[in-house]
Design a protein around this ligand. Structure first.
Ligand SMILES: C[S@@+](CC[C@H](N)C(=O)[O-])C[C@H]1O[C@@H](n2cnc3c(N)ncnc32)[C@H](O)[C@@H]1O
Length: 370
């Protein structure tokens, strides 16, 4: 695994990189916030929003040209099955989304990052802006992008309460993520103890993005590195990272932050929830002695007996067939096939044992032997 921070202009730096060299991109570009004047908190102190030089553009045309250029480079750098996440607020996300579609990216989801602790609308002139949007898109419609579906379920605390989660309840991750804005000790401070960066993203957000849409040892690119949140989470999860950032100060603080980060070997980092169990064919289990040719398969109530043949098929009412078709026949259902592992039992120790339990024992032995 490697982690590289490049101090430079992102389009020029991306142009130097080889095509199809990146698995996943996370981009947190300038939002072109267009804030004017000094915003006051209710109690009268100044509120530091984002009025940085790097967020200034003269016209919508300029912003569109910039967006098209960096997104085109991103697309060139992605492997054919690669994907990209772009985060933005209401000021920019519609422009970005339209250009992504024009360039041929294939939108997988748009995710609402619902801020648990948003900045209030001090003036009371419009709704409290309490979310940002992430667009998750594949390089093209044909891309077989990574999605660790079961890992996402493990990380879903948005629609599962704490007590449900502790009881083992897991639900599909949805497209509204409830995460706090970056705060407390996570906020990087400069040499004077002030906030280093105005738009540092929360680690939890990046942790989710990388855990569910990349795998160990993948290469992750962030063309707008800032405080290097993406690299820090990539290192923690065992992914490589390439970060580009125009501001030298952000690069050096980000490098220190990265140096202080360790890889954490964990089921999430390795996406173990999504690993497919080893193959277990009937014929293999017969040769390994877990089943015997000639033994009887039956339903839970002991009826509808079929005989196991050497090749793993079943003989039922004089007809040879695979155990899944046979399961449908034995249960007399309309479907042509049922999962035989949910249907069949065999005699073991004077009782009936589901064949799925015997397969589980076989798989666990296989895994021990790896
Ligand atoms: C929205 S911030 C990213 C914050 C980052 N996600 C984090 O968690 O700290 C955008 C960053 O892009 C950098 N930037 C803006 N324009 C750039 C350009 N043309 N080339 C390289 N970096 C640029 C800015 O300096 C800024 O740090």
């Amino acid at each position: 695994m490697y982690h590289k921070i490049i101090n430079g202009e992102t389009i020029a730096e991306m142009q130097k990189m080889p095509a199809e060299s990146v698995d996943l991109i996370f981009a947190d570009p300038p939002y072109w916030m267009r804030t004017a004047g000094v915003l006051k908190r209710v109690e009268g102190t100044d509120y530091n929003g984002c009025d940085e030089q790097w967020d200034q553009f003269d016209t919508l045309g300029d912003y569109e040209n910039f967006t098209r250029s960096w997104l085109s480079e991103c697309r060139r750098l992605l492997k054919p099955d690669g994907a990209i996440w772009v985060i933005g607020g209401m000021q920019c996300i519609y422009t970005i989304g339209a250009i992504m579609q024009q360039l041929g990216f294939w939108i997988i989801n748009d995710v609402i990052w619902h801020k648990k602790n948003p900045t209030p609308n001090f003036m009371g002139t419009r709704l409290n802006n309490s979310h940002e949007t992430l667009i998750w898109a594949a390089k093209s419609r044909k891309s077989k992008y990574t999605f660790n579906y079961k890992t996402a379920k493990e990380l879903n605390t948005d629609t599962v309460s704490e007590s449900e989660y502790s009881r083992g309840v897991r639900k599909q991750m949805g497209s509204v993520w409830k995460i706090s804005v970056c705060q407390g000790s996570e906020r990087i401070k400069d040499e004077n103890g002030d906030k280093l960066h105005s738009t540092q993203k929360p680690e939890e957000l990046l942790y989710r993005v990388l855990a569910i849409s990349s795998n160990r040892e993948d290469v992750v690119l962030d063309p707008f590195g800032g405080t290097m949140t993406t690299a820090v989470m990539a290192k923690k999860l065992g992914r490589s990272s390439v970060m580009i950032e125009i501001d030298q100060k952000y690069c050096s603080f980000g490098q220190a932050r990265l140096n202080a980060t360790e890889y954490e070997d964990s089921p999430v980092a390795n996406a173990v929830f999504d690993q497919k169990p080893p193959k277990a064919s009937m014929a293999d289990m017969i040769s390994a002695g877990y089943f015997t040719a000639g033994e009887q398969f039956c339903l839970k109530d002991g009826h509808a007996v079929a005989t196991l043949l050497e090749d793993g098929k079943l003989l039922y009412n004089g007809e040879e067939m695979d155990m899944h078709s046979c399961a449908a026949k034995a249960r007399a259902v309309k479907a042509k096939r049922l999962n035989g592992f949910d249907v069949w039992y065999v005699k073991r120790n004077d009782g009936l044992t589901p064949i799925s339990a015997i397969r589980a024992a076989y798989r666990s032995r296989q895994q021990q032997n790896v």
